[in-house]
Design a protein around this ligand. Structure first.
Ligand code: SF4
Ligand code: SF4
Length: 220
């Protein structure tokens, strides 16, 4: 899922200074799980904006805000409330925000959240960045643990000289990912292979943005 974090409310208010009336769009998917843009947070934001003297003309929490055509249909039903607003405030990731901007062409669209990373979720409020969407997955060459993302230096041959007792020199509270890689490869009996291999530099051409997939769906 896409991880998001709420912007500082006072800074957000400064950004919204010119907008007296606001329509709020949340997201029923990732931002709901992250508790940054679900029903509860949208209501909370509405209350805080009203307390700060703003008029909230309406709110909506689509199931998935980055589904452009779905939210186009939903926002059509909100035409009056959107027209009454000076601006829209989006409590979704940057993909959701741009979907809203694509549809509501004549209003300013503001981000209430910062979009941070593709997240693996553990229990409760634990989310970790294990994949940085590089476009060509090589994690299988490292026992299913990605050094591109989980090593701050992206070391494809490791560990670096700063690894200390299995901890990372960049953040000693974190495991050196190369310690994890070796541990895992030992368990699956593939350690000798990685010890003998020197990885070539990775081709990052596939991560050139903007990327797109346009295809004829075979189903649905
Ligand atoms: S190599 Fe790492 S960053 Fe690239 S796709 Fe695989 S897990 Fe993601
Ligand atoms: S200590 Fe390990 S995880 Fe940290 S930068 Fe060096 S190789 Fe990467």
């Amino acid at each position: 899922m896409i991880a998001t974090q709420a912007k500082d409310f006072d800074e957000l208010l400064e950004t919204l200074a010119a907008a007296e009336s606001i329509y709020i769009v949340g997201c029923g998917d990732c931002a709901t799980v992250l508790q940054t843009g679900g029903e509860y947070e949208v209501e909370e934001m509405k209350g805080k904006l009203e307390e700060a003297g703003k008029t909230v003309t309406g709110t909506i929490v689509p199931d998935v805000t980055c589904q452009v055509l779905d939210i186009k249909r939903l926002l059509r039903g909100e035409k009056e409330a959107i027209e009454a607003a000076d601006a829209l405030l989006v409590m979704a990731c940057g993909a959701g925000l741009q979907a809203v901007a694509e549809i509501v062409e004549d209003k300013l669209v503001y981000a209430a959240l910062d979009t941070t990373f593709a997240a693996d979720k553990f229990r409760g409020g634990e989310f970790y960045e294990w994949c940085s969407l590089c476009g060509e997955c090589i994690a299988d060459q490292y026992g299913g643990i990605c050094p591109v993302t989980r090593c701050p230096k992206g070391q494809l041959n490791g560990p670096c000289g700063g690894s200390d007792k299995g901890k990372c020199e960049v953040d000693p509270d974190k495991d050196c990912v190369w310690a994890l890689i070796y541990e895992r490869l030992e368990k699956v009996g593939d350690k000798a292979e990685i010890e003998a291999r020197i990885a070539e530099p990775k081709d990052y051409e596939k991560s050139t943005t903007p990327r797109e997939y346009v295809f004829e769906p075979r189903r649905g």
